[in-house]
Every structure is written in C-alpha cells, then in structure tokens.
Write a protein that binds this ligand. Structure first.
Ligand code: ADP
Ligand code: MG
Length: 325
C-alpha cells in the first residue's frame, strides 16, 4: 500500500509545482473565492495553501487522504476523468512522500479538524481553530525519497515553476483572489475581478498593464471554435516566447498547433528573434479534444487541428486589422 502510493506519487507529484497545481485545483473545485499560497525553499521545505472554500466534514477529511478517494467522480464524468487526470490520488500521493497536514472546516461546523499524514503514517484528526475552508501544508517534500529529491532543480527554479503554475491558474480564474508569498520569491496579490472587463483586469495584474494597453481583444467563433483573450500588437513584442499563454476550455495547455497558429497570425508583421505576446482562450466542444496524452502535463490533441488553427489565425488577424494593422 505504501509502495503503491509512492509509485502513484511519482506520476502525480513530480516536483513542488505539481503539488501546488493539484492543491490549488482542489481549492478551485471547492468553490474558493480566495486562495493563498505560501512556499519556502522552492516548495521543498514548505507549501501552504489556504482557501475559503466549502471545506470538508470529518468523514470527507478522513477520506480525502485515502487512495482513489474522490468526492468528484460520477458515472457520467468519464470526460472529466480524462481532463482532470488522476482522480482521488493527489492527497494520498503527497502524503506518501512528505509531511502532509490537512485542516478543514465546513460551513456550520464549530471548529476545524486537522489530520497529518507523515510519509504514509496518519495521525488525527484533532480539533483546530480556523476559519471556514481548508488549509493544507506540505513540508519536506521528498525528504525521505532521495531518488526523487535528486531530480529537483534549484530552489529558485522550483519557485519560478510554482509562480508559473499559480499565474496560469489565476489567468484561468479571474474571479478568484490569488495570493502568492514566501521567503523564496517575489510576492503576488491578485484580487478577484468580475464583470465586463474581468479578463483584461486579470491579464493586467498577471502580465502587466503595458501588455493590456498594447493588445487587442479577441472575440471570434468559427467552425465551433470560440476564440477569446488578448493578443499583443505587432509593435509590442518580447524577446522570448514565455509570454504566450494558451487555455482550452478553462485549462492551461501547451500545444504546438496553437503556437503555430499564433506564429502564422503574426507572420506578416513580426520579427527576427522577437515573439508576440498572447493570452488565448479557446472554447471547443470537449469531444473535439483528446486530453489523454498525459493528464498531468497539460498536453492535448485536437481532433481537427486545421479548424483550430484557422479560427485562431482569423481571430487575431481580424482584431489586428481592426486596430489598423
Ligand atoms: P480529487 O481532486 O481527484 O478528488 P484529491 O486527492 O486531489 O482527489 O482530493 C481528494 C478529495 O479531498 C477531493 O475529492 C475533495 O473531496 C477533498 N478535498 C481536497 N482538497 C480540498 C479542498 N481544498 N477543499 C475541499 N475539499 C477538498
Ligand atoms: Mg484533486
């Protein structure tokens, strides 16, 4: 059992940033409006996630750290299994390779309850004073699994990977207030935004106001592919391609078709050694994407890449033309 957990952990929990991704996604699933992430030493010493979501009662709390325990699975959720990957494995896996503390207080409970799973050994739950929501701490990740710890990069690189994960989740969820802090990083505080300009406001917070001021808004649909987001003006470029963000059906993805489509969209304007800056949000019929490539790695395959490519090129081309390019 312990061994199985550790093997599963290798799949789900590659590095501190993958822990952060799983935990923040859980907070989002729990309806949190505010999610605070604290890390130390690139997440290797500490990852703490505090949310104000619906929390867990005693039974759910005990179940949450068991393998294959998920409150999210139902028979007609088969698509969801593929999109969200390893169902009910994250907390159990993390608890098998770190000291995991989970504290939660649901609405109406008089106090919270906290339990600890220390490299596979559970203790608690014990009462803990806290606000409604869930607080999770992961300490000394992989400290007892040297073979995995060895593969981690520097604290600085791991902290940067965590920032990247939180940034993408924040871009996908503008209405949620994200806080990112720790001794190992520069802090971020992105209050939730809603209403008409929500996406532009969030992109301003995360990517910088200069991007929003030098970008066009995308709004186009073609062959069942809806394209939204913002695309930088050809006069506003960056020296590396790290400022291109792609979301499909609300999830951050890396995909060559999208990268290629953006390159083609700017082919007439840009650039030697320069890259356009984009935050592209696609909505497509879930049946048109296969996310089974690797559930934890944000890769996908479009059934009809040509339609997606065409829709993106046209959306950007139309918006840039309207702006005089
Ligand atoms: P999954 O998310 O696939 O269900 P996890 O191992 O990530 O599996 O979480 C197990 C269960 O623990 C979830 O199904 C959920 O019921 C509960 N849970 C985890 N994190 C939170 C949270 N932040 N707030 C409320 N419930 C949570
Ligand atoms: Mg989860």
């Amino acid at each position: 059992e312990d061994l199985i957990n550790r093997i599963a952990a290798g799949e789900v929990v590659e590095r501190p940033a993958s822990v952060v991704k799983e935990l923040v996604e859980n907070s989002i699933d729990a309806g949190a409006r505010r999610i605070a992430v604290t890390t130390a030493n690139g997440g290797m010493d500490l990852i703490r996630i505090v949310d104000d979501g619906r929390g867990m009662d005693r039974d759910d709390l005990l179940l949450s750290v068991e393998r294959h325990a998920t409150s999210k699975l139902s028979a007609d959720d088969l698509d969801d299994i593929r999109t969200l990957g390893f169902r009910g494995e994250a907390l159990a896996s993390i608890g098998s390779v770190a000291r995991l503390a989970v504290a939660s207080r649901p609405e109406g409970a008089e106090s919270g309850l906290a339990l600890v799973v220390d490299n596979g050994r559970r203790s608690g739950p014990l009462p803990q004073a806290m606000n409604r929501g869930t607080a999770i701490e992961v300490r000394e990740l992989f400290a007892q699994v040297p073979a995995r710890r060895k593969f981690l990069k520097s604290a600085r690189a791991e902290a940067a990977a965590i920032t990247d994960v939180v940034r993408r989740l924040a871009m996908a969820n503008p209405e949620i207030h994200f806080i990112l802090e720790g001794t190992d990083r520069s802090a971020a505080n992105w209050p939730g935004v809603s209403g008409d300009g929500a996406l532009a406001a969030r992109l301003g917070q995360v990517m910088g106001g200069d991007f929003v001021d030098n970008a066009v808004t995308l709004a186009a649909a073609r062959h069942g592919v809806v394209v939204a987001g913002m695309a930088g003006l050809p006069t506003y470029t960056r020296a590396n391609s790290l400022s291109q963000f792609y979301f499909v059906n609300g999830r951050s993805v890396r995909d060559k078709v999208l990268v290629g489509a953006v390159r083609a969209a700017y082919a007439d304007y840009v650039f030697r050694d320069r890259f356009p800056v984009v935050a592209l949000y696609l909505a497509v019929d879930p049946a048109e994407v296969d996310v089974n490539v690797h559930p934890a790695k944000a890769e996908l395959r479009f059934r009809d890449p040509g339609a997606v490519r065409g829709a993106v090129i046209r959306a950007i081309g139309t918006a840039l033309a309207a702006a005089g390019f």
